[in-house]
Every structure is written in C-alpha cells, then in structure tokens.
Design a protein around this ligand. Sequence first.
Ligand SMILES: Nc1ncnc2c1ncn2[C@@H]1O[C@H](COP(=O)(O)OP(=O)(O)OP(=O)(O)O)[C@@H](O)[C@H]1O
Length: 257
Amino acid sequence: MSQTAIEFQNVTKQFDNAAFPSVDQVSLTIEEGEFITILGSSGSGKTTLLKMVNRLYEPTGGKIFLFGEDISTVDVVKVRRRIGYVIQQIGLFPHMTIADNISVVPKLLNWDKKQTDERVDELLNLVGLLPEEFKYRYPSQMSGGQQQRVGLARALAVNPKIMLLDEPFGAIDAITRMKLQDELLRIHGGLKRTFLFVTHDINEAFKLGSRVIVMNEGTVRQFDTPARIVKNPADDFVASLIRSAREQEEFWRMTID
Ligand SMILES: Nc1ncnc2c1ncn2[C@@H]1O[C@H](COP(=O)(O)OP(=O)(O)OP(=O)(O)O)[C@@H](O)[C@H]1O
C-alpha cells in the first residue's frame, strides 16, 4: 500500500503587503511515488505553494505534513536536507567545479571522499553527462541545458524522497526541454520518489504529471489525472485552459495540411 508523502491541510499564505492570499485554503494529499505537476498562469500561487513544502515560506494558516510529520515542528535545516530543490535559475556556485557543486550536501553530511566521488559519477551518468568530460569543468563552461542537468544531479545527491522542481526547464529551448522531460520521467520512474513540479505549460504538465494540480488565484481548481481533467474539466477556468491547448494543436494541424 502506498504511503502519503505530502499532505496540505487547509494551507493559506497571506503576504503582509498583499491584498489577497497567494495560496488560499489548499487541502490535498499526495502519495509516495507520484509525479505531481502544478499548473496555472502567472501569479496563481504555484511557487508559493511549493516553497511552503521546504519552509522557504511559512504558511499563515493550516499545516503541511511530510510522511505524517507536521513540518512546522521539525528543524528547518533538517526539512530542507530531506528535500531536493531545483529552480530555473539553477544556482550553481560559479567558482566551484561541477563535481564540487554536486558534492556540497554530501560534504555537509560528512560523507567520505570515496563515497562522494562515486556518487558524483553515478549522478552525472544518471542525468546524461559523461563524468570524465564534465566533472572538472566550471558552470560557465557548460550550456544552459547541461547546467540544468547538474542542478538536477545536485538535488538528487543525497537521494531525497521528495523533489521540488520550480519551472526547471523554463529557460531552455524546445528540443532540449523535451529531452530533459523524458529524462526526468526516466529518473522518476525507477525510484520511490515523489516529485512536485511547477509549470505554466499545459503540455509539460500533462506529459509529466501522473496527476495535475490546476491552480488559479491561489486556489486549487482541480486535482486529477490528465485524462480525467481533459474529459471532465471542473469549471470554466479549467475548460478554458484545455481549449487554449486544443486551439494551438488545431493551428499546427491546419498549417501542416
Ligand atoms: N514575497 C512576496 N510578497 C508579497 N506578495 C508575494 C510574494 N511572493 C509572491 N507574492 C504574490 O503571490 C502571488 C502568487 O505568486 P507566485 O509566485 O506563487 O505565483 P506563480 O503561480 O508561481 O507565478 P509565476 O508562474 O509567474 O512564477 C502573486 O500575486 C505574487 O505577487
């Protein structure tokens, strides 16, 4: 039987200087091993929802549980170490080699050198980069797509059970983006890992997500499988999202015919 990995109970985030809550009474449950995408337009609260899971933001109402544990009662550093975090800006240290960038957290956890070196090679292979070619380079000597792979490897370094990914492929060209999506599915596939992936791209959300959270104005409009969302959109907002994706498809069909 699967275990609940993440639970939001009536979670609200009201920033002091904002007129409306950025996240408004969200309740939902995510099982271990799910690949969840969070879809919504700009400002709908996706990033705010994600950042509350690793306590970069604290909710102003409600509770979040990871594997049954209320995270507000756990030391922040401990919460973050258990969670992988990948963002669009990547955030690699420019003065460190790729190997050193990937080893930051293993070193903090006092892994020995041999174990750390082996893990670096294993992770580079996992994200499709040849260790011998890349591990001694600096971030500036790699393309944006390659750097994003390193960001992913670094987040996976200590084998976190939960991975948060915030528009990680947002700044990457369409072809590389598709490749990275396929690799991410492969990386997720063989492992008992729970992914929470933010995107505003409906095609990306439906391709990657085993279930999709559709957000608008801080609320969850629908949380279901892509197939069920397409078949039964919960409201006009979700229906209009699907219509817009269909219209794009139609454009391509007409152009090709
Ligand atoms: N630190 C902050 N202080 C005040 N308001 C904030 C803060 N961070 C976010 N907000 C507001 O909360 C709302 C949701 O923002 P959020 O970044 O979660 O949206 P998003 O769906 O991730 O958008 P995007 O796709 O553009 O990144 C927005 O209206 C934003 O202006």
